[in-house]
Ligand binder design. Structure first.
Ligand SMILES: [Zn+2]
Length: 280
């Protein structure tokens, strides 16, 4: 038996309370909270109210997904980097305050946000910025009692730290309780990596999952319910077991392959978890 979790990103159009109501109704007892639904990070009475409503629903905040887009560790301009370190630090503290174990962070920017994105010096600048940001944020994470989770990303570019073969050596230089990895199965296949291999490479530093399905041919980071695409779910489950993974199985289903509603997707996902014997 393992704990299963569902991302509020599956209910992008709802506020965080309605999203959590829907996740609870579908039968999940953990959730990943998308930052944009609690932005700026809740504080004061709003934070206290959020915590008591989580308890009333019987849902635990498993993880927080930090803001995306320009909110990355490896911003190639110092002003951009320093600003985003503050934003990310505020979500690490928020995650600690709601009892979440980890915060998913995108290590490097999508080239669409970078000026002159193919300049040859960029990979080096991004790698150095990523390490500088981690040096600062790992301390904040340790103080907040949460783990930074670096996610593999499906960008078609020459930037560093997009997959586990580069992320694993990066996190190996930092304490395991403050820095770990999250494998997104659909990101892996979309960028030409086998999610099974990615899980094995992440190994003992794997602390989170984004389980979502994509097409086998010409995958487009589809975020379908597992089983609606072509990923090798038996292989993925075997790999998670092989690395001794005991943390949350977090589903990041966002899009209905057959026009399903967000509520349908959450219920279908819960059924998949049952079929896999994960719970109940
Ligand atoms: Zn993801």
């Amino acid at each position: 038996m393992v704990d299963i979790s569902y991302s509020t990103a599956g209910f992008m159009d709802l506020d965080v309370h309605a999203a959590l109501d829907a996740i609870a109704a579908a039968g999940f007892d953990h959730a990943e909270i998308s930052a944009h639904q609690v932005a700026p990070p809740l504080a004061g009475d709003a934070l206290l109210g959020f915590r008591s409503r989580l308890e009333e629903r019987g849902i635990a905040a498993g993880t927080v997904h930090a803001p995306m887009r320009r909110n990355v560790l490896g911003a190639p301009e110092e002003g951009w980097r320093a600003e985003k370190v503050q934003v990310l630090a505020s979500y690490l503290r928020f995650a600690g305050a709601i009892g979440a174990a980890g915060v998913v962070i995108h290590p490097v920017p999508n080239p669409i946000f970078v000026t002159d994105p193919e300049r040859p010096e960029l990979p080096g600048l991004i790698a150095a910025a990523t390490r500088r940001s981690l040096d600062e944020l790992v301390e904040v994470a340790a103080e907040a009692g949460v783990c930074i989770l670096l996610e593999n990303l499906p960008y078609d570019c020459s930037y560093p730290f997009l997959n586990m073969s580069e992320l694993r050596p990066l996190v190996d230089g930092y304490p395991a309780e403050a820095l770990g990895l999250v494998v997104d199965t659909g990101h892996a296949w979309t960028s030409g990596c086998d999610p099974v291999e990615e899980i094995l490479v992440a190994g003992s530093r794997l602390r989170g999952t984004h389980l979502q399905d994509v097409d086998g041919e010409d995958p487009q980071d589809n975020h379908w319910v597992p089983g609606q695409g072509d990923l090798d779910w038996d292989g993925i489950r075997a790999a998670l077991s092989e690395v001794g993974y005991t943390r949350l199985w977090t589903f990041e289903a966002i899009v209905g392959r057959r026009g399903e509603s967000p509520d349908d997707l959450a219920r279908l996902t819960r059924k998949v978890a049952d079929e896999w014997g994960l719970k109940g």
